[in-house]
Design a protein around this ligand. Structure first.
Ligand SMILES: [Zn+2]
Length: 77
């Protein structure tokens, strides 16, 4: 039996589950919006972003927990 070359598995980042992407539901149209998360910007972020679907501004809140879990949600202005 021939042996297949085994590719080296990439080491996971410390913590294992850090996401750099999250989603929120638009407060106006209910669409799920994917947003990039800047993990270096702090673990409690808030910014205003226009919905790419309906163009209404959402106040997007991002929480990054110690275990790497990212929560993201939107409120209307
Ligand atoms: Zn929308």
């Amino acid at each position: 039996m021939k042996r297949k070359k085994v590719r080296k598995k990439r080491h996971r980042e410390l913590g294992g589950t850090l996401n750099d992407e999250s989603t929120y539901l638009c407060d106006s149209c209910g669409e799920e919006i994917v947003v990039p998360i800047d993990l270096s910007a702090g673990d409690d972020q808030r910014y205003v972003e226009d919905c790419p679907v309906c163009c209404n501004p959402n106040v997007v809140s991002v929480m990054i927990y110690e275990d790497g879990e990212v929560r993201c949600w939107a409120e209307s202005e």
